[in-house]
Design a protein around this ligand. Structure first.
Ligand SMILES: C[S@@+](CC[C@H](N)C(=O)[O-])C[C@H]1O[C@@H](n2cnc3c(N)ncnc32)[C@H](O)[C@@H]1O
Length: 515
């Protein structure tokens, strides 16, 4: 048994308790002397094991073993270090990258220390060998471990993730999961794919892992390639999503619209100002309406009325876009620019790479916008005022769809569910989508549907997301012929994934459904 980062040896002690009669040949690695000494002491208490604690960098050992193709371990366990690549010492960064290279996998600087640990541990397993590790839950849904997911899909015959409702480690925002993997016996063997078991409390610990493996539905080897979020769906939910994705009136977002980032000012405090700043510095000639936060647009329409309301309560609704050279500017405007320079804004990276620093580039508005982050579900906004948006929002140009139709139809349970499957979330539970994820969303656009934008705007302002999505699903998905039972199935799947992201319990899903 291998433990690549054994710390003070709690795992070897636990192993001896769990299997008192078993005989293990245990090799643990630990970088810190003090921890390695503690681990050695723990090993002395389990003389039935042949244990060796190596006080050295696991990655050095792993790199030499991968180079020589040695696969000596029957199993690997552990809780590898969670450290973002950028915070690793340079030497460790190089070693981490080497593991990817040796396994012919694409490397990204967004990776984290735990990823090369798992890659290397799996690489060193014998055919049929098994791994069980505690890992951050981001293995399921963020982009950076894609090389690891792909590798596991290629070399393993089965994969299982234990996904707890609770946070297992105090003081962490990030959830942890347990990954179980079994390496293929032969390269050409079939991969059963990955299954995810949602657990509550610790009772799963008394279950036979083999039963959990056998009883959990899996997404197959082919789909293991992408994010693993699809494994959070039941078989019925997955086949419903798959069949709807084939419907002629359901489109991939990229086929009907183009996503572009919002305006990058480099200094929002200077470029986004309330009305009183405009009058104090005589900026009226140079300002344009702008919004960038969801509270600036609580509905789905951004119009003159909403803009005036935001301005009245002192929100920074004006975008300062000074396009004239300094010679043509009034004293007051020059004073405003000097104010920014006094605060050294012109030396900030985004500002100093353009000339003059106060003329923001790539300024244009689109008829449709989308805020990058959302609490419950992403929505599109019909930008009737042609307001500009900062980079907290995306600018969306429709290709084939009519803007009203796109904004209206975007709110439904199928699109909301596909956002949960494609998007990412961090500690706070807010969903975020990057353009490549938005492009994959499924959007139903029934041709015969006549959108009632005013009604939808009112509904979104008044009701919680569940109610909005239920009603919209009736209109949009109903028009496609999706039965009320299937609408509900999609809605419940969305609710379950949303609650998982927000760390609400399974009971909340049931209660919210009943409501
Ligand atoms: C998250 S702790 C886990 C310790 C132990 N398995 C447990 O669960 O209590 C990670 C351990 O990995 C060690 N570590 C970090 N980088 C290492 C490396 N390159 N080689 C060996 N050990 C390392 C750290 O010193 C730390 O003790």
């Amino acid at each position: 048994m291998l433990e690549p980062s054994c710390g003070d040896g709690v795992f070897v002690e636990a192993l001896a308790k769990a299997s008192p009669r078993a005989k293990f040949c245990f090799t643990g690695f630990e970088l810190l002397d003090e921890e390695a000494t503690k681990a050695r002491q723990r090993c002395l208490a389990v003389p039935q094991f042949e244990s060796r604690i190596r006080n050295q960098d696991f990655l050095d050992f792993a790199i030499s073993r991968i180079l020589t193709g040695q696969t000596d371990f029957d199993c690997a366990v552990g809780n590898p270090p969670f450290i973002r690549y950028q915070y690793l010492p340079e030497e460790s960064q190089r070693k981490a990258e080497a593991v990817f290279k040796l396994l012919h996998l694409p490397f990204t600087k967004h990776t984290n220390a735990w990823v090369p640990f798992v890659l290397a541990a799996v690489a060193m397993l014998k055919p049929g060998g098994r791994l069980g590790m505690i890992l951050p839950s981001e293995i399921i849904h963020v982009m950076h471990p894609q090389s690891l997911r792909t590798y596991l899909g290629e070399v393993c015959s089965r994969l299982l993730v234990i996904d707890p409702e609770e946070l297992w480690f105090d003081g962490t925002l990030q959830g942890a999961v347990i990954l179980f993997a079994e390496k293929k016996h032969q390269t050409g063997d079939h991969c059963d794919g990955v299954g995810i078991v949602r657990v509550s409390g610790r009772s799963f610990l008394s279950e036979e892992p083999s039963r959990l493996f056998n009883d959990t539905a899996r997404i197959n080897g082919k789909t293991v390639e992408g994010k693993w979020t699809r494994a959070l769906l039941t078989i019925a939910e997955r086949s419903l999503v798959d069949s709807l994705s084939e419907h002629p009136e359901v489109h991939r977002f990229e086929d009907i619209a183009k996503v572009d980032v919002g305006i990058v000012t480099g200094a929002n405090k200077f470029f986004l100002v309330p009305d009183d700043t405009v009058s104090r510095y005589g900026l009226a000639r140079f300002v344009h309406p702008m919004f960038g936060r969801s509270e600036h647009c609580p509905g789905v329409i951004y119009d003159g009325y909403q803009h005036a309301q935001n301005a009245r309560i002192g929100k920074p609704t004006n975008f300062v876009w000074i396009t004239a050279p300094k010679g043509g500017l009034s004293k007051k405007v020059l004073e405003y620019i000097e104010l920014g320079e006094k605060e050294k804004l012109h030396t900030r990276y985004k500002c100093r790479i353009r000339k003059p620093w106060y003329t923001v580039p790539s300024v244009y508005a689109t008829e449709v916008c989308m805020l990058k982050r959302a609490n419950d579900t992403p929505r599109l906004i019909l930008n009737e005022l042609s307001a500009y948006t900062t980079d907290t929002a995306y600018r969306i140009n429709t290709k084939t769809a009519v803007p009203e139709q796109l904004v209206y139809c975007f709110l439904n349970a199928l699109t909301a569910l596909s956002a949960e499957l494609e998007g990412r979330h961090y500690g706070g539970g807010v969903i975020e989508l990057v353009p490549s994820e938005i492009e994959k969303l499924l959007v139903p656009l029934p041709k015969r549907l006549r959108p009632n934008m005013q009604q939808l705007d009112k509904l979104v302002r008044k009701e919680i997301a569940q109610v909005v999505l239920a009603q919209q699903s009736k209109h949009v998905l109903g028009e496609l012929g999706v039965s009320p039972a299937d609408q509900k199935r999609l809605l419940l799947a969305w609710l379950r994934l949303k609650n998982r992201r927000q760390r609400a319990s399974e009971e909340d899903t049931n209660e919210q459904d009943a409501a």
